[in-house]
Design a protein around this ligand. Structure first.
Ligand code: NFS
Length: 661
């Protein structure tokens, strides 16, 4: 029998092989053993009341199958889908709420462990929120910003603060179809109400609700989280780092921060550099303390401090299997419960830190932003103490790759024109001229049901060959980073001629790492800025841009896919469709949504077809915008992109400015 490739990541594959030789089970083995329920996976199981669960199966299930209550398959599939979007929105937005309360605690002087790092970003957000900042103390402005953003959660009427950041035309579409979100919590509660037994039965209406609650995620939860994280910890700018399992050091204490929230991890970054801590580590025989990240907490500290990443979702158990992790601290989301049991086979300590996310078998050290540093020290000490328990067993993988991360909206604007002429003009011009064919957001999870990270890698390479600029987030970035794709050399070796020129002129990789999954909000503001810049579409819809989540698994990905679709972006997800059972629901997402919002949500399992559909969308958008037909190596007239030297020249000749980007 042919060997089953479980991960396209060679280092992961080696660890998996080692685990098999040791008879240690991972998600890859469990994914083989436990096939998805064929009814549930297509959205054809209803379990929202206790008359059922009801299964909607059979040849004419779409027309004929009925639940005991009389519900049809399209109702059930769309209702299940809406519940996924709600859960995803709740997860991102609850994270955002914690960020807002941390900002408030800082502004009120309740914690000395955090400070406002990026005053310029604070003022930018204050400006958007129409909060006066001239002549006021930073903390006063921060308090008002925090309070105004906290209002977004509980608002009952009106619209979210950030809705106005979308292009006018995009907003008008939302208004016309009644999906402009009011308050985040209100949309979540209303959507849950609609999906309760016997309430909303119309598939179209349920799906509009999915778009509405997801817009509350994208233009609410995610965007709030990104902005406050930037204000507190700094807006990212390019930073060098490393990725993959080789980031662990045999002779140092290895501590991993895993999950999604940046706050505790930020303090840990600081604490591992405290001289007393390093001394303490040395007293236990270690040469130092080595911090690494996992999933989106990794992305947060990678973007701002260059902390190396072990990778994405499917790498978490594999990190423990190296035998080199002395402690792994987790906060919320995408944390496999398998970690605790697995860690018992090694010396690794798993530490939970959120009251919302406990795990049998883990050590719980509860995080509180008012005493963050003390808690961080406790965690780091625990990791150091555990270093002496390290055993010889483990796969001890040494591969690692360099990468460049740190591309925020602000930096991307800056890199195109410097401090004085920062704009999206050069990017728009490069697209107009056909040098860049289009832009793809490559995002979402990695998944043990496919050779994990492989679809990301395939699409990344093929798209950049086709002159498509990629912006990546979350585990999409991790998949690219652990393959060595997030480097300028990647452009030299693989990009099409037009994209290569652009990357060379600016000195950037062809895949720009924008951050964690909540930082997909950066794509929304970038697309809005491109619309405002002119020359392409005057709304987000109609841009030569596509969103792809080829290995998605989380409900958060569904919320993200929906907010992009509602904002006007065609989105393609890999894997089996969670609404595959219903042709009607699939039709609404792929045919009705484009007419109303210019975005769509497709599910396509074949990576070649994902690529084909992506390029088709991009070329169709180019044609509708009457742009030059894309031909590799043949470009139309465009403005000259400023290289670094020209940019520095302008900056030298200009007078000082508070700009920091
Ligand atoms: Ni996004 Fe980040 Fe990864 Fe998927 Fe999970 S870590 S928030 S949900 S698995 S990309």
């Amino acid at each position: 029998m042919d060997k089953v490739i479980k991960s396209a990541n060679e280092a992961s594959e080696k660890i998996i092989e080692w685990s098999e030789s040791q008879k240690i089970e991972t998600c890859f083995d469990r994914a083989q053993k436990l096939k998805p329920c064929p009814i549930g996976v297509t959205g054809a199981c209803c379990k929202i009341c206790h008359i059922g669960p009801c299964r909607f199966v059979g040849q004419n299930a779409e027309e004929e199958a009925r639940g005991v209550c009389g519900a049809t398959l399209p109702t059930v599939a769309s209702r299940n889908f809406l519940r996924m979007a709600v859960a995803g929105t709740a997860a991102h937005s609850d994270h955002a709420r914690d960020m807002a309360f941390t900002l408030l605690a800082v502004a009120n002087g309740e914690t000395s462990d955090f400070k406002i790092t990026d005053v310029k970003k604070l003022y930018k957000i204050a400006g958007i929120l129409e909060i006066e900042f001239e002549g006021r103390t930073v903390n006063d402005v921060a308090r008002d910003v925090a309070m105004k953003l906290i209002e977004d959660f509980g608002r009952q009427k009106g619209v979210l603060n950030y809705i106005k950041r979308a292009p006018q035309k995009t907003q008008e579409r939302w208004k016309k179809w009644g999906i402009t979100p009011r308050g985040i919590d209100r949309e979540i509660a209303e959507a849950m109400h609609r999906t309760n037994m016997g309430v909303d039965h119309e598939p179209d209406n349920l799906l509009l609700s999915a778009l509405k609650v997801s817009l509350a995620d994208g233009w609410g939860g995610c965007m709030i989280s990104t902005d406050i994280t930037d204000i507190l910890f700094g807006t990212p700018r390019p930073v060098k780092a490393e990725a993959s399992f080789g980031i662990f050091k045999e002779d140092e204490v290895n501590l991993v921060v895993h999950g999604h929230e940046p706050t505790l991890a930020e303090i840990i970054v600081d604490v591992v550099n405290e001289p007393e801590m390093i001394e303490y580590a040395k007293s236990k025989g270690a040469k130092g303390i080595n911090l690494g990240g996992m999933c989106c907490t990794a992305n947060e500290v990678l973007m701002r401090h260059g902390i190396p990443t072990t990778g994405g979702f499917t790498n978490q158990e594999l990190a423990v299997l190296t035998g080199l992790v002395d402690a792994i601290t987790v906060d919320v989301q995408c944390i496999m419960p398998a970690l605790a049991e697995l860690s018992k086979k090694f010396h690794t300590k798993v530490i939970t830190t959120s009251h919302k996310a406990k795990m049998p078998g883990a050590t719980h050290i509860e995080y509180d932003e008012h005493k963050a540093r003390d808690i961080a020290r406790q965690i780091v000490r625990l990791a150091i103490d555990n270093f002496t328990n390290r055993k010889k067993e483990g796969s001890h993988i040494t591969e690692k790759f360099p990468l460049i991360a740190g591309f925020s909206h602000e930096y991307i604007e800056y890199m195109q024109g410097g401090r004085w002429r920062a704009s999206f003009r050069p990017l728009n011009d490069a697209i107009i001229a056909g040098r860049i064919r289009g832009v793809v957001g490559l995002a979402g999870c990695d998944n043990p049901r496919v050779p994990s990270q492989g679809l990301h890698r395939f699409l990344a390479v093929e798209l950049i060959k086709n002159d498509v600029l990629i912006v990546s987030t979350g585990c999409g970035s991790a998949a690219c980073g652990t393959a060595g794709y997030l480097t300028p050399e990647m452009a030299l070796e693989n990009a099409g001629p037009g994209l290569r020129e652009v990357c060379e002129a600016i000195g950037i990789p062809p895949i720009l790492h924008l951050g964690a999954c909540v930082d997909n909000s950066r794509i929304l503001t970038i697309a809005s800025a491109m619309a405002e810049e002119g020359g392409l579409s005057d709304e987000i819809g109609g841009m030569p841009a596509v969103g792809i989540a080829p290995e998605w698994m989380s409900e958060k990905a569904i919320a993200i896919g929906c907010y992009f679709a509602a904002s006007g972006v065609p989105v393609i997800f890999g894997g089996e469709s969670p609404v595959a059972a219903s042709e009607e629901v699939t039709r609404i997402m792929t045919e009705v949504w484009p007419e109303r919002f210019r975005g769509a949500l497709h599910f396509e399992q074949d990576p070649e077809k994902i690529l084909e559909l992506t390029l088709k969308y991009i070329d169709m958008a180019r044609e509708a915008l009457k742009l030059k037909k894309y031909e590799p190596g043949k470009f139309g007239a465009e403005r000259v992109l400023m290289d670094m030297a020209a940019r520095r020249e302008i900056e030298r000749s200009a007078k000082p400015h508070i700009g920091i980007y």
